[in-house]
Design a protein around this ligand. Structure first.
Ligand code: SF4
Length: 168
């Protein structure tokens, strides 16, 4: 009886279970405004298969999402909308700025375009590229997973330090 118990019982800490659960059940919400949104469609397709990372349940409601992916150009008219939708997401939540436009305005260096969404909301991971490849979006998901695992374990504070995913 003792050996059966030894072979079938797994002991762990509560925060480890929470971290594991969160890591593989991200519910992404695409905030797509331009061409980078098409790359996200590639990332969720069967070829790149975002479900390998447990993030295939794409939601279009901020109430049901914990990961916002901003995909495209954000102008100042859209900025209050983005800010409001971010505020509607429950904690804990994470944000990825996908592509040059969302990260820094891209080549739209003009009066109308926000020069990086971190002017408006906290960003956890920036993905470079115009557009980035789907693999880079998947790498951003992995970086979010690593971060939330550390946060759930209490190894890092739930703040917003920045990570970058470059094209190479
Ligand atoms: S970074 Fe490039 S591909 Fe992405 S939205 Fe901007 S212009 Fe389009």
């Amino acid at each position: 009886m003792t050996s059966v118990a030894e072979n079938n019982v797994l002991t762990t800490k509560l925060q480890e279970v929470v971290a594991w659960g969160r890591k593989y059940s991200l519910w992404p919400m695409p905030f797509g405004t331009a061409c980078c949104a098409i790359e996200f469609m590639g990332a969720v397709s069967s070829v790149f298969d975002i479900s390998r990372f447990g993030a295939e349940l794409v939601r279009f409601s901020p109430r049901q999402s914990d990961l916002m992916l901003v995909l495209g150009t954000i102008n100042y008219k859209q900025a209050p909308i983005l800010k409001k939708i971010y505020a509607q997401m429950c904690e804990p939540k994470w944000v990825v700025a996908v592509g040059a436009c969302a990260s820094c305005g891209g080549f739209y260096d003009n009066y109308a375009v926000v020069q990086g969404i971190d002017e408006i909301i906290p960003v956890d991971v920036f993905v470079s590229g115009c557009p980035p490849r789907p693999e880079q979006i998947l790498l951003a998901i992995i970086k979010i997973q690593e971060k939330l695992e550390k946060q759930a374990r209490g190894e890092v504070a739930v703040d917003k330090p920045k990570a970058q995913v470059h094209a190479d």
